[in-house]
Write a protein that binds this ligand. Structure first.
Ligand code: MLT
Ligand code: ZN
Length: 472
């Protein structure tokens, strides 16, 4: 068996060629550790195929020889889904060389890209055609489309445009045995049975390898209005969201919640930021509206939404960005929270969702669940316009982050996730499952759902070679 595997690895080297294999230990290091440094990995080979054909031939060999494949995009995930852990049997497959934008169709408003295209580059390529690819997130300078789709990434504009899967019209996928699903027609309508592409988005590489995608494009917003608001409480934030969506004709693109504690972390640990308001409040919202044809009127709509919020007492204070740099400054406050948490010493991160209308209930109930276990610094923020909260728990000031994590992470996560599950929510709204949350998947996912997931895995990957140890 070992001889068969060694011969298979040799054949994979030949297919990829010298520039398609990473042998230098210095260069290997970045592929073998995850973004949050929770997992130090090992692999039999790191391969960087340059085409779908190479991916297909490599998978055929792995399938025959019983080698497993761990797909890796920009390696920015939070749950260890792209880190291999077997130096004999696992081949890490990076898509960095599959980075062609194959086509932009300005009539059909689509773009066909390979899996290794970095998200920011996809956005820029759309902009060159005066079009807009709306997926956007803090890691957009390094995360790749293949990873975005495999994990069904969310980000900062889900409220208006949906998660990654909603931005896809077709996929090219290599199945575990090397066969290729050619789904790049880009049709807007195709009712010919199961929508197979959906199986591979959110599957975290456990069913096959996404090699290319047809993405939906939109008109570029011509006007944006961005406001940083202090709101009375979480109920007020939810009411404001509903009102702003109605008043603006659904132009609210982002609606992000930031707690006093998360803002304090940013102000303490991140350079070049300042509090946009004179006072400090308990609850903030970053609201952005955007439109493609508003031609100046969106400002009035934003002001109207804020006036109504102030009249009702939901909005306590606020500032509307007057320029591009001011807008960037407001977004920096929100987007730097993960960086500030890292500088503080790291967080036990969570990513739960409930119905938007139940966010206040979640926020009211969660502190007691946490406090029943241990004392924490609560950094609570997130995409409440999507019903998605990052309920992140940091060690109390002065305590050691590593021992805090070792002692408490599992129990704290169970409490935070358990509350979401009790409220019919999700324990993982946008970061996926990977290795980190697979125990929680078994604990909290409905048994019927789990059985269907296992049946799909068995049907598509009976030899279990695709990203073993992730999800299941
Ligand atoms: C974010 O929304 O900033 C990230 O998804 C959450 C995080 O990095 O904790
Ligand atoms: Zn997020």
């Amino acid at each position: 068996m070992a001889g068969l595997r060694a011969a298979a690895l040799e054949r994979i080297r030949e297919i990829a060629g010298p520039s398609g294999v990473v042998d230098d230990p210095g260069q290997q290091a970045a592929y073998l550790v995850d973004e949050r440094r929770l997992y130090q990995g090992e692999a039999a080979l790191i391969v960087r195929p340059a085409s779908t054909d190479e991916v297909s031939r490599i998978l055929t060999i792995c399938h025959e020889a019983g080698l497993a494949v761990v797909p890796q995009g920009g390696n920015t995930g939070y749950c260890g889904a792209a880190t291999p852990d077997d130096p004999d049997r696992q081949v890490l497959m990076s898509f960095a060389r599959m980075n062609r934008i194959r086509d932009v169709d300005p009539v059909g408003f689509t773009m066909t890209v390979e899996a290794g295209v970095v998200l920011a580059r996809a956005q820029a390529a759309a902009a060159e055609h005066e079009l807009f690819f709306p997926l956007s997130m803090g890691s957009e300078g390094s995360c790749q489309i293949g990873g975005n789709l495999s994990t069904n990434a969310g980000g900062l504009a889900v409220l208006k445009y949906g998660t990654a899967r909603e931005l896809v019209l077709g996929l090219e996928v290599v199945l575990p045995d090397g066969q290729v699903l050619h789904g790049l027609k880009g049709l807007r309508k195709d009712n010919t049975g199961y929508d197979l592409k959906q199986l591979f988005m959110g599957a975290e590489g456990t069913l096959g390898v996404i090699t290319a995608a047809v993405l939906k494009l939109y008109p570029q917003p011509t006007e944006r209005q961005t406001a940083w608001l202090a709101v009375a409480d979480a109920d007020a934030a939810c009411r404001l969201l509903g009102a702003a969506r109605r008043i603006s004709g659904d132009c609210v693109t982002s609606f992000e919640y930031v707690s006093r504690a998360s803002l304090a972390l940013v102000l303490a640990h991140v350079e070049g930021v300042s509090n946009p308001l004179d006072q400090t409040y308990d609850h903030y919202v970053l609201m952005e509206m955007s439109a493609a044809v508003a031609q100046g009127s969106l400002r009035e709509v934003m002001e109207q939404a804020l006036e109504r919020g102030m009249d009702s007492g939901d909005v306590l204070d606020g500032a509307i960005a007057e320029s591009g740099p001011q807008r960037a400054g407001l977004w920096k406050l929100r987007e730097s929270i993960p960086e500030a948490e890292k500088k503080y010493g790291g967080a036990v991160k969570h990513d739960v969702s409930v119905l938007i209308s139940r966010i206040p209930e979640y926020l009211a109930a969660a502190p007691a669940r946490v406090a029943a276990l241990t004392d924490c610094y609560l950094s609570v923020y997130g995409h409440i316009g999507d019903g998605n909260l990052h309920y992140n728990l940091l060690p109390p000031a002065g305590s050691d982050p590593d021992s805090f994590r070792k002692q408490w992470a599992a129990r704290l996560s169970q409490a935070v996730h358990g509350l979401a599950a009790e409220m019919d929510g999700s324990f993982s709204a946008e970061h996926g499952v990977g290795k980190l949350k697979k125990g929680e998947l078994q604990r909290l996912k409905n048994p019927v759902d789990l059985a269907v997931m296992r049946a799909l895995k068995q049907a598509l990957d009976p030899r279990g070679i695709m990203n073993p140890g992730k999800l299941f």
